[in-house]
Design a protein around this ligand. Sequence first.
Ligand code: 2NE
Length: 272
Amino acid sequence: ARDDSGKEYTDIIYEKAVGEGIAKITINRPERRNAFRPQTIKELMRAFNDARDDNSIGVIIFTGKGTKAFCSGGDQSLRGKEGYVDYDSFGRLNVLDLQVQIRRLPKPVIAMVAGYAVGGGHVLHMVCDLTIAAANAIFGQTGPKVGSFDAGYGASIMCRLIGPKKAREMWYMTRFYTASEAEKMGLINTVVELEKLEEETVKWCREILRNSPMAIRVLKSAVNAVDDGHAGLQGLGGDATLLFYGTEEGNEGKNAYLQRRKPDFSKYPRLP
Ligand code: 2NE
């Protein structure tokens, strides 16, 4: 598969349903339970960026190849002292950049989970806007068992989703949870039979796509704003600027500057 720049993908599959408004990004390392390496993350970031920039795309499905795993986290066979190493001589933790990218992307990202979503793969589903799981899905953190942790979104967003007590349980004990347990915990949105997973996910996409893209964009920023601090406010603030640029009042300032005259804002109301 290629993106608009014509570059090939090796670790992921990137597809667009033409005319539907849906992009699908699939981690394609099933023999490793879709564990990611730095190259995988670079490709994911490129695909998410392409889907963001594509005006015809309104919703992105994020999934893993096959039915055994959504993603099993970082590829432990490539873990070095500085992070994960594949083609470079130094390590990376570039999955953290991907997490931020998904949070900031102004379109909903839906995690479609079959099989394991564990370790860093579990964090990836948590930073998505929605999670739709197959009945065979298993959720959990393994970090403390394999000498790792995600003390960023992996901890804070989990606390938001399931509450601090349950988040401590999940991290300290490294237990795995079934899809129906995860649904009860508020970790995911819904559970469906494995055979219905894609159909149900597309149904959710279509329901979202019927609604106002701008309303959804602002709501995504708003829901994330508090947790993302200044960066969250910046996202929401950027949406306000975007909307203001479309108004006559906003354009009066720009036009006055270009026409070398004083702006006249007198006709614009000071609303209560
Ligand atoms: C995912 C799980 C539970 C699946 O178990 P099972 O029994 O279904 O499969 P199996 O046989 O364990 O795995 C199949 C093949 O995939 C490889 C395995 O080594 C095995 O390879 P072969 O023996 O066939 O050659 N595989 C699976 N997950 C892998 C991984 N993450 N890295 C490298 N190879 C992997 C079970 O496989 C499991 O527990 N996997 C490890 C989960 C894990 O601990 N992930 C890392 C957490 S830390 C992290 O992701 C992280 C972070 O904490 C902070 C920042 C960034 C990343």
